[in-house]
Design a protein around this ligand. Structure first.
Ligand code: IMP
Length: 439
């Protein structure tokens, strides 16, 4: 049975959680394979809203095995809070959740470094989620100061933490001295007490013990047994560390390229990639966003779409659909079909714009630039489409959509070069059009 992936094609927050939740019915296993608690996936079922950061969105179906694979960076305190909050809401969590012993662990020094690094330098800050994601991945690649989930159970954990804190104290002090003076962070390293941190993390390790496993081996066995596996991407392809809008990206491969390294599953197993894109554009944090509407239009989209971060509550930057950017990420991720999300948010505009090309210094550019300075310079070329006034949030069949809404969906599909399989018109499972998009 083939593997399927759900990948965001923009800068994250494409409402991937809803589609993962819908598709879990047809899968045995749902895997998170990159990122960490920087992700915020919202799932609405029967009017009840659940927010997930680390736990795969398959957790609401009792037959599904949820796996947090080795490519994820794990904040033990965040996941334990998430588990207890879901348990309190009546969701069953036990052997249906597995956490890789290869996943790297986020410690307080990672979050402190994240805050300091966001305030260093004179260029536009990356504007991270401050969850310590980047610094934890840095230690993973650097290896000598890294701690993986499996290490939490080894007898030398206390010594290792003491040694790392010794090194981190020096590094963080230097970073603090170089930080912008305005930052309210006078003595961050005072927070790093080896004994306290060891006790705290040894406690987390005991609570996490029932979930910890060699998930790579588990998934390879699942591949051999023809299990149906759904890969749940976090963030979006344009935030990919290698292929995104560097340096305004996250620290993992958030395009489909991260599936294989993050989960250990071989590439041939993946048969379908569903690219998820909002009907417009949003971005949180720094970095260029060519179609951003820093005006009344952007505010209308923000208000109607409730575009405020699930994790950080920051208002998201909003703008028109950028077909140049999405076409790039759709090709990068090898998507089979598209899911267009939040189409209902565009109801009420007289006209809608779609960016079909970029121009730099009057020269047409039909591709997505690799250099951030070029992306900052691009001027979007827009195509104007007629809007629709009707509330579409209760529509469940494609052919019942207003004519102009269908034209909009069709044009997006044409520009991206892939068929649209799903149109979402609201947060609930029921507000989803999956019927054949015939007209
Ligand atoms: P980090 O992942 O916390 O290091 O943040 C790096 C960049 O990715 C920042 O611009 C964040 O706003 C953005 N980012 C990280 N996670 C998400 C997400 O789940 N949705 C949208 N943006 C994200």
């Amino acid at each position: 049975m083939p593997g399927t992936a759900i990948i965001g094609l923009q800068w994250g927050d494409e409402a991937k959680g809803k589609i993962v939740d819908l598709l879990t019915e047809q899968h045995d296993i749902v895997v998170r394979y990159q990122g960490g608690a920087n992700a915020g996936h919202t799932v609405v079922t029967d009017g009840k809203k659940f927010k997930l950061s680390l736990i795969p969105s398959g957790i609401f179906r009792s037959h599904v095995q949820c796996v947090i694979a080795g490519g994820v960076v794990l904040n033990p305190s965040s996941i334990l809070q998430e588990i207890s909050s879901l348990l309190a809401q009546g969701i069953k969590i036990g052997s249906n959740l597995m956490i890789s012993d290869r996943a790297h662990v986020i410690f307080p020094w990672h979050s402190i470094a994240d805050r300091l690094l966001n305030n260093i330098g004179d260029s536009e800050p990356i504007g991270t989620t401050l969850r310590g994601i980047g610094p934890c991945y840095e230690d993973k690649l650097g290896r000598s100061l890294a701690i993986r989930v499996g290490d939490l159970y080894k007898p030398d954990l206390k010594e290792k933490i003491k040694h790392i804190i010794g090194v981190k104290n020096q590094l963080l002090l230097e970073l603090t001295n170089r930080c912008n003076k305005t930052m309210d962070m006078t003595n961050p390293i005072a927070e790093l007490n080896p004994e306290t941190i060891y006790k705290e993390y040894a406690g987390y390790a005991e609570q996490l013990r029932p979930y910890v496993a060699d998930t790579t081996n588990y998934l390879l066995n699942a591949v051999d047994a023809d299990k149906r596996i759904l890969f749940e991407g976090a963030q979006g392809a344009l935030l990919d560390i290698d292929h995104g809008t560097f340096p305004y990206v996250t620290s993992s491969n958030s395009s489909s390229t991260g599936i294989f390294s993050g989960s250990g599953v071989p590439f041939y197993f993946l048969k379908k990639v569903i690219g998820i894109a909002k009907a417009y554009t949003t971005r949180v944090g720094g970095g260029p966003c060519p179609t951003e509407q820093d005006n009344n239009i952007g505010q209308q989209i923000r208000d109607r779409g409730n575009e405020y971060g699930t994790v950080t509550k920051r208002p998201r930057r909003c703008g028109w659909f950028d077909a140049v950017a999405v076409r790039y990420s759709a090709r990068l991720c090898g998507i089979s079909t598209l899911a267009i999300m939040l189409l209902d948010v565009l109801s009420g505009f007289d006209t809608l714009q779609i960016c079909t090309a970029y121009e730099i210094d009057g020269q047409r550019l039909n591709y997505f630039p690799s250099q951030i300075d070029d992306l900052r310079k691009v001027v979007p070329v827009y195509e104007t489409l007629s809007g629709w006034k009707e509330d579409i949030s209760a529509i469940t069949k494609y052919n019942d959509l207003p004519f102009n809404a269908k034209c909009y969906v069709k044009r997006v599909a044409e520009l991206i070069g892939r068929p649209v399989e799903i149109v979402s018109v609201g947060p609930d499972r029921r507000q989803t059009i999956t019927s054949t998009l015939s007209e």
